[in-house]
Design a protein around this ligand. Structure first.
Ligand SMILES: [Zn+2]
Ligand SMILES: [Zn+2]
Length: 134
């Protein structure tokens, strides 16, 4: 059984999950763009039984988007996205970038592409640099 750990940027909020993620979606909806400040969120879904907080759960704040079943959970100290329990309580939604190692499950799809940022086009064609551009 593999456990994958994760944390926020300041490391005060820490968690772990078994490598039993069941869904992995890249969501481009308007709300996810706002909460991430980016083109999309990258969210893993796991059953609550396989998830544990290790530290800092009391530092987690949460904003539930009215009339949508999505929330923004974040560390009060550093603002990083952190996991949260879905409103249905069926899933813990884990921001993939917060994990310290890679889960077995790979992204399955792009969702809410109708709301995709107009500038987020032909991303794979962009020049790539291992660090800052020359
Ligand atoms: Zn933090
Ligand atoms: Zn979304």
């Amino acid at each position: 059984m593999t456990n994958i750990k994760g944390s926020c940027l300041c490391d005060k909020v820490q968690f772990e999950a078994e490598d039993k993620f069941q869904q992995f979606h890249l969501c481009h909806c308007d709300q996810c763009k706002k909460m991430s400040g980016s083109a999309h969120v990258s969210n893993l879904f796991i059953k609550p039984d396989y998830f544990n907080w290790l530290a800092g759960e009391e530092l987690v704040s949460r904003y539930d988007v009215p009339e949508r079943s999505i929330s923004n959970a974040f560390c009060q100290q550093c603002g990083s996205a952190v996991p949260y329990l879905s409103s249905s309580k069926q899933w813990v939604i884990v921001p993939a970038g917060g994990l310290n190692s890679s889960p077995s499950l790979k992204p399955q799809d792009h969702i809410f592409t109708q709301e995709k940022a107009e500038w987020y086009q032909d991303i794979d064609k962009l020049k790539q640099y291992p660090g800052f551009p020359d």
